[in-house]
Design a protein around this ligand. Structure first.
Ligand code: SF4
Length: 56
C-alpha cells in the first residue's frame, strides 16, 4: 500500500488506511451520504471503506 497524499483519513479500522500516517492508500474513493438532506460532515460516509481483518 502506498500513501495517496490527496486523501487524508483517520479511519484506522479500514483496510485501505495507512494507520501511522493517517492517509488512504486508494487512488480514488467514493463518498456518499446516508441522509436525505446532508447538512454537516457527519452526514457523509466513505463508501470505499472495507473493514480490516482482525481489528475487532
Ligand atoms: S477507503 Fe475511505 S475509510 Fe478507508 S482509508 Fe480510504 S478514505 Fe479512509
Amino acid at each position: 500500500m502506498s500513501k495517496n497524499s490527496s486523501i487524508k483519513c483517520d479511519v484506522t479500522s479500514c483496510k485501505h488506511n495507512l494507520g501511522s500516517e493517517h492517509y488512504c492508500s486508494l487512488d480514488c474513493i467514493k463518498v456518499g451520504t446516508h441522509e436525505a438532506n446532508p447538512t454537516v460532515p457527519e452526514c457523509t460516509d466513505c463508501l470505499s471503506f472495507e473493514k480490516k481483518c482482525g481489528c475487532n
